[in-house]
Design a binder for this molecule. Structure first.
Ligand SMILES: *Cc1c(COP(=O)(O)O)cnc(C)c1O
Length: 395
């Protein structure tokens, strides 16, 4: 099979709901991908933020091999060691919360929204979310997503969602009333173009939620698991949320999502209110435990901080050279280059030269290297980007 054969197979048999790059990926090792033709690609956007500690991390692979020989899945009618241990590890790293496990970010947010409804009085049914947010593609989470392009074709949407401009404190005050069950935001908007919440904004959400008996939900699906240099994005702020949601990098490449809530809130999710058949199975939990252990043992939080700063410095140098870069945003290894023109063709040209990056919101180049990234890899990535941006300048 060659690349064209595979693409034809997709044309015939796979629903075409994604815009795909014309490459067939066969291997991923740490920060390098290999395609069907044997070409190597340096991956600065591994697995769309899923492969947070690189592709096929040896500790994750080893844990999966071991777990696969013992128990893949047992339903949540029983207890398992792995699910309990994973919940404990997450809890120890974030406000002593309790976990519900599922399989994706959308499901984790869905669980958070449902818990907010279960926990607060019946008349509270509204959710405040931010413009340019991204919370998933199920009906409730796409409604929570504050981007009308995601809503097109799906009206009428579930009731009760109110959108406010991100980081706008006055708008938040205005949107609040006694019917609000929860506020849900991302500490750093990912798909929205790498926009960080300000400390004042976070504090205002906390204060307003406390004042109105509403819950503060942070969607950490993209910011979680160390990418920003701390375990969770909220840990850069002085506030503690009531719930966080996780997915993407949690399983190191294996599908798993989690919703973590303060125990006094979590107790409202009683039997019959919510469930997930695959949620928290032994295989997925073993992978996530290995991810956490790898981050600890290999001191990857330190590396994320160090390499985050290094990448940022390198990108700032690029900005001085290429006026097409307006400015750079982000934290740790979650970085966005605001361009003053569309970035899609830059992404394709980088890929032709063996570098994978992403573009979001049309004009934001997004780099989310894994926490295992090295100086050499960043240098190589920046060199390719420099070359491609240079071509653009001369056109
Ligand atoms: C990717 C993402 C989601 C959705 O996760 P899925 O696993 O695709 O359902 C939700 N929130 C944020 C912040 C994300 O980045």
């Amino acid at each position: 099979m060659n690349t064209q054969d595979v693409i034809s197979m997709f044309d015939d048999y796979v629903i075409a709901n994604y815009g795909r790059l014309p490459k067939v990926i066969t291997k991923g090792q740490n920060n390098t991908l290999e395609d069907l033709d044997g070409n190597k690609i340096l991956d600065m956007f591994p697995g769309w933020a899923v492969s947070g500690i690189g592709h096929c991390h040896p500790k994750v692979v080893e844990a999966l091999r071991k777990q696969a020989g013992e128990l893949l899945h047992i339903d949540n009618t029983f207890y398992t060691v792995e699910q309990g241990q994973l919940a404990k590890k997450l809890s120890e790293r974030a406000f002593g919360g309790q976990c519900f496990f599922c399989n994706s970010g959308a499901e984790a947010n869905e669980a958070a929204l449902k818990l907010a409804r279960c926990h607060t009085p019946r008349e509270k049914y509204k959710f405040i979310t931010a413009e340019k947010s991204f919370h998933g593609r199920t009906l409730a989470t796409l409604t929570a997503t504050g981007q009308s392009k995601c809503h097109d074709g799906f009206l009428p949407l579930p009731a009760g969602f109110i959108y406010v401009p991100f980081n706008d404190i006055d708008a938040l005050h205005e949107a609040f009333d006694e019917e609000v069950a929860a506020v849900m935001i991302e500490p750093i908007q990912g798909e929205g173009g790498i926009h960080e919440a300000t400390p004042e904004y976070m504090q205002t959400i906390r204060d307003l939620c406390d004042e109105h008996d509403a819950l503060m939900i942070l969607d950490e699906v993209q910011t979680g698991m160390g990418r920003t240099g701390r375990w969770f994005g909220y840990q850069h702020y002085e506030v503690t949320p009531d719930m966080i949601t996780l997915a993407k990098a949690l399983g190191g490449g294996v599908a798993i999502g989690a919703m973590m809530a303060r125990p006094e809130i979590a107790k409202s999710l009683v039997p019959g209110t919510h469930a997930s058949t695959f949620g928290g199975n032994s295989l997925a939990c073993a992978a996530a435990i290995a991810v956490i252990e790898a981050i600890d043992e290999d001191k990857l939080l330190d590396n994320a901080n160090l390499m985050g700063q290094y990448t940022r410095d390198k990108l700032e140098q690029l900005r001085e050279k290429h006026p097409i870069i307006d400015h750079i945003r982000g934290k740790g290894l979650m970085l966005g280059l605001q361009l003053n023109m569309p970035g899609a063709c830059i992404v394709s040209r980088c890929l032709e030269k063996g570098l994978r990056i992403n573009c979001t919101q049309e004009t934001v180049l997004r780099l989310m290297p894994s926490m295992t990234v090295t100086q050499n890899e960043i240098d190589a990535a920046v060199a390719i980007l420099d070359e491609v941006l240079g071509e653009g300048d001369s056109e």
